[in-house]
Write a protein that binds this ligand. Structure first.
Ligand code: AMP
Ligand code: ZN
Length: 434
């Protein structure tokens, strides 16, 4: 269903006019309120008056995850603190998390975008929506929660985990829509089977899945096992959380909420804008965000855009699946992991060398992703007694846990056993490649 035909079916010419007006207003706000942007604009020799058409967007500077880190926690905010009603967060590249503040206006906009997202995939007010995205700092849980309520559906805020209880509730409360990561959908299926339950026999009919990369094959598998239509959704903390884009039931790309987000695809090497259809890095400018508007955010996600009208009637541009990243971020069990975070832990601990290998195991369909970190120990530690090695291993496990936010298996290996390369180090391997 199209919840907001005025915007979702807007003739592109009108949409572009709306985008331009909103862009001009936002650019003025950040220039006046956020010293970081004023400085960045200055360095590019551009002022808000230079934005006369949408193509003037390329005159503006990019923003990156590093800018979030450098301006941690509130340096990118455009409103006084007393206007902030909520703060979410996600992992950054090293140590410092990404901070995402919202005004009441932002929460209202986001709720409406999420209601629209759910409606786009085919959910209605008559649905029972079980929300298995994590509640808490992660944007997924509360984002879907507010959207489901706004839609008028019944929402069951199970959050992630406690899988047996999820299955029980899913069955007894007659859940029709599940919202979770694709990997959790597989865990749900496996647990249900262990309990002697076939999810295809339940009322479940629809799923909204994203927050991590997944393939068309994985979708087919999930749809078959759960007996549902599985809709791809995309979003990120820096921009708003979930709600940036969503598929319609034709499943031919995710429609971007372009009345709120202005998108470009660039060549990640040169920063040059690429024409529609070409694959490159997605760059997003927020058009309506109040607390923390973002100009030309480099998502590092590799996608292509398709502006052709869709059979569903929406005029909103569609983005492809995310086919990769232009940086080395991994998503393990829904959590962003950067090799640089692992490196920073290793460099702070005595007795280990900064040679390491990250092994990700995604081969087991029936198990969630496993993260294993191979760490080379120094000669001294290696020749020492067992107990020291065990203590070191435990310390590494604890440190990684607290820095990464997920548990990892630590495997200590002999000095000089991790392959050295002269070119780019290959530090991340998939178990299947070993
Ligand atoms: P976070 O801000 O922690 O929610 O992480 C956002 C990142 O998750 C994005 O930049 C993408 O790399 C990834 N992501 C979110 N949704 C999807 C999706 N549907 N497919 C692939 N990757 C996704
Ligand atoms: Zn469509």
């Amino acid at each position: 269903m199209i919840r907001d035909p005025e915007h979702e079916k807007m003739p592109r010419k009108d949409l572009e006019q709306l985008q331009l007006e909103r862009l001009q207003a936002k650019v003025r706000v950040v220039y006046e309120k956020v010293p970081f942007y004023r400085q960045a604009f200055k360095e590019k020799g551009v002022t808000p008056d230079d934005i006369q058409t949408l193509s003037d967007l390329t005159k503006l500077p990019f923003t990156s995850k590093l800018d979030f880190r450098d301006n941690y926690p509130f340096g990118l905010m455009a409103v006084p603190h007393d206007q902030v009603v909520r703060i979410h967060s996600s992992s950054g590249t090293t140590g410092k998390p990404i901070i995402a503040p919202y005004t009441q206006g932002d929460i209202d906009t986001w709720s409406e975008i999420m209601a629209r997202t759910l409606a786009a995939g085919g959910a209605t007010k008559d649905d029972v929506i079980q929300n298995a995205y994590g509640y808490g700092l992660f944007t997924g849980g509360l984002g879907f929660h507010y959207g489901a309520e706004r839609l008028g559906a019944s929402v069951i805020p199970t959050s992630g985990g406690n899988t047996k209880r999820q299955i029980l509730l899913l069955q007894d409360l007659e859940t029709t829509v599940i919202t979770c990561t694709p990997s959790y959908a597989l865990i749900l299926d496996e647990t249900a089977k262990d309990m002697g339950i076939d999810l295809r026999d339940t009322k479940l009919r629809l799923g909204f899945m994203g927050a991590e990369p997944w393939s068309e094959q994985m979708r087919g598998d999930i749809e078959e096992r759960l007996g549902i239509l599985a809709i791809n959704i995309y979003g990120l903390t820096e921009i708003i959380g979930p709600g940036v884009s969503v598929e319609c039931p034709y499943k031919c790309g995710m429609h971007i909420a372009e009345d709120h987000f202005l998108v470009e695809v660039i060549n990640p090497e040169t920063g040059e804008q690429l024409p529609y259809g070409e694959e490159g890095e997605l760059v997003i400018t927020t058009l309506t965000k109040e607390a923390q508007p973002v100009i030309r955010f480099r998502t590092k996600d590799i996608v292509s855009l398709n502006p052709e009208p869709c059979d569903c009637g929406r005029t909103l541009v569609r983005m492809s699946r995310v086919t990769g990243r232009s940086d080395d971020m991994l998503i393990v069990r829904g959590v962003n992991v950067f090799p640089s975070q692992i490196e920073s832990v290793l460099l702070a601990i005595e007795g280990v060398e900064p040679h390491y290998m990250i092994v990700v195991d995604r081969q087991h369909v029936f198990k969630s992703d496993e993260l294993e970190i191979w760490v080379e120990v120094s000669e001294e530690v290696f020749s020492d007694e067992m107990l020291k090695m065990e203590n070191l291993e435990q310390r590494l496990r604890e440190e990684m846990d607290s820095v990464l936010g997920i548990s990892a298996h630590i495997k200590l290996v002999e000095p000089k056993t991790i392959a050295r390369t002269e070119g780019k180090a290959k530090r991340v391997v998939d178990r299947s490649e070993l």
